[in-house]
Design a protein around this ligand. Structure first.
Ligand code: ASP
Length: 595
């Protein structure tokens, strides 16, 4: 049955009589080895012999041809030529016989693109430039060609020259000539290459393209619609290849991946782009731990080698814990200032709004401690924190300052009994000069507010010179055990999915599904890096009846829109699950300073 498969692989590797399985194994191994050995040939097929950045003393005496942009010219004698690989100094010939070469190189405006041919010579003693990788040599030019002249530019092509974002975007093609941008794009390309290598060659995944003209998917973000030729009919751009990858599992392609373009019409929310790229993965016969280990291995394998290595396994935290301690489902665990529940300590409080909060169901009192807040937070910061809480959460926030001898300074100081004060100090590990921010109210609301203030205060402390978050640290975290459904914001009586409607319920909560669906946890996992969600996935529902029930009865969606998927699940769909990693976001968290 698999003879076509063995033919395919035999065609690609050395002919062999072994079984398909062995061929596959040797094929993947030979690819790995050769790709590890290979040093890219940067000047094949083009009109140069070398790149500007690669020449060293070992090239002395060689005749070379270089192509690049004119970066500097000094005294009509020295010219610095640049390409993506680096800079090299070129000596403009001064003798009469080379007058035409001199004319080209002296008259071409900066950033003109030229081709020069000449000999690699060593710089005169004392004139070496240790700051330039090519600083020991220079090029004695014999011939030169102006390939294209450059008009006056809107900004200089030098990374240190400040320019506005708008200008950079308008002239993106010029911005790309800068060292940092070149580095970023090449780093991204290398990471994707390594991801492909890891998935295809080491783990037998198949890279499959899926359509981008599709139909509406219920739930999730708004979709872009594309008019068709037929009046009144539209295509929808997929938010992700979710349905396709599940259909591929039904089709027996049991290890799929794709560097997939996704489209979500999310307005101008920060950190969101209307189109972005995911490493989209799906596997059959897998459980949550399998997907997590695969993802950890993938990131570890493809992580830039000049950064601190990725340490696996990543720690894991439940959604409930993340909300209670960090007020968010994407905690930045690089620093403390965790939210602490202090309700028990204030059961007998005389402070009106605290009493009020505790008398309500779900009512709590929560606090965070800002280390040395008194030193770093100004009065106006505290005022704007309180205003933010009132404007956005309709919540009151009380600042409490811890003075020497465990004395408090706050509008409620006189109501804090000694026992409560000592309890606060113990629970929040408060020290002199710290500031406690306290709020009271419903658990989720109080936590979300303090989660926001925690980040806000971290930014303020850092802006004032406190080293809180190590920029070189990669703090990966799995957030697991999400609820399967959330109450809709506009109408809390109705439910919406926390991830997407194909996510399977947690096996230990399935009994609640038909009676109290809001209590069901899911098999959904998110990957968080330094406080940003960079990936998410789930184990899927592979039972058509269960999928139908969730769509129709719980989510009240029009099941006709997904009849194709429901039907497919009925034709022997294997258990399956997957993940999507937003590598743009992941990479934008990697400090990409050129080293
Ligand atoms: N399709 C999902 C997303 O784009 C990821 C997944 O569940 O695999 O968020």
């Amino acid at each position: 049955m698999f003879c076509w498969l063995s033919r395919l692989y035999r065609g690609l590797s050395r002919p062999t009589r072994r079984t398909t399985q062995l061929i596959w194994g040797s094929f993947s191994r030979s690819l790995v080895l050769s790709s590890q050995r290979r040093i890219p040939e940067l000047s094949s097929f083009v009109a140069r012999t070398n790149t500007c950045g690669e020449l060293r003393s070992s090239h002395l005496g060689q005749e070379v041809t270089l192509c690049g942009w004119i970066q500097y010219r000094r005294q009509n004698i020295f010219l610095v030529l640049r390409d993506f690989h680096g800079l090299v100094q070129v000596i403009i010939p001064q003798d009469e016989s080379a007058a035409s070469v001199k004319k080209i190189l002296c008259e071409a405006p900066m950033e003109s693109v030229v081709q020069v041919s000449g000999t690699v010579i060593s710089r005169p003693p004392g004139q070496e430039n240790p700051k330039m990788p090519t600083g020991e040599i220079e090029i004695k030019v014999k011939t030169a060609k102006l390939l294209n002249s450059c008009k006056k530019l809107p900004f200089e092509i030098k990374d240190f020259v400040k320019k506005t974002e708008a200008l950079r975007l308008r002239y993106r093609y010029l911005d790309l000539r800068g060292v940092q941008m070149q580095y970023n794009l090449r780093l991204r390309s290398q990471m994707v290459m390594k991801m492909r290598e890891y998935l295809c060659n080491l783990h037998g995944f198949v890279d499959i393209e899926t359509p981008t003209l599709f139909k509406r998917t219920p739930g999730g973000a708004k979709e872009f619609v594309i008019p068709s030729r037929e009046p009144g009919k539209f295509y929808s751009l997929p938010q992700s290849p979710q349905q396709f990858k599940q259909l591929l599992m039904v089709g027996g392609l049991d290890r799929y991946f794709q560097v997939a373009r996704c489209y979500r019409d999310e307005g101008s929310r920060p950190d969101r782009q209307p189109e972005f790229t995911q490493i989209d993965i799906e596997m059959s016969f897998v459980e949550q731990t399998g997907i997590q280990s695969l993802t950890e291995g993938l990131l570890q394998y493809s992580w830039p080698s000049d950064r601190d290595p990725v340490v696996v396994p990543f720690p894991s935290m439940t959604f409930a814990e993340a909300l209670a301690s960090y007020g968010t489902d994407k905690p930045d665990t690089r620093f403390g200032m965790k939210i602490v529940d202090i309700s028990d300590m204030f059961r007998n409080t005389e402070v009106g709004f605290l009493q009020d909060a505790l008398s309500k169901p779900q009512g709590t009192i929560k606090a965070i401690c800002i280390p040395e807040g008194e030193k770093y937070l100004k009065r106006k910061d505290i005022e704007s924190i309180r205003k933010f809480a009132a404007d956005h959460f309709n919540q009151e926030v009380l600042p409490i300052f811890l003075k020497t001898n465990n004395n408090w300074n706050s509008p409620v100081a006189k109501f804090i009994m000694e026992k409560q004060g000592l309890g606060l100090i113990r629970l929040l590990e408060t020290q002199e000069e710290d500031v406690v921010l306290l709020t009271a109210g419903e658990h989720k609301k109080a936590c979300s507010l303090l989660g926001k203030l925690r980040l806000e205060c971290a930014d303020l402390l850092e802006a004032r010179g406190v080293a809180l978050r190590d920029p070189a640290l990669f703090s990966f975290l799995w957030v697991v055990d999400f609820p399967l459904f959330f109450p809709k914001e506009e109408n809390p009586e109705e439910l919406e999915t926390a991830h997407h409607p194909f996510t399977a319920p947690h096996p230990s909560d399935i009994h609640h599904l038909y009676t109290e669906p809001q209590k069901v946890r899911s098999q959904h996992y998110d990957l968080v890096l330094n406080g940003s969600e960079i990936g998410g996935g789930s184990i899927r529902i592979h039972d058509a009846e269960l999928q139908h029930y969730i769509l129709a009865t719980v989510l009240k969606e029009d099941v006709k829109l997904l009849s194709h998927l429901l039907q497919a699940l009925d034709y022997g769909a294997p258990p399956h699950g997957g993940i999507a990693i937003d590598y743009h976001r992941a990479l934008s968290r990697v400090p990409c300073a050129v080293q």
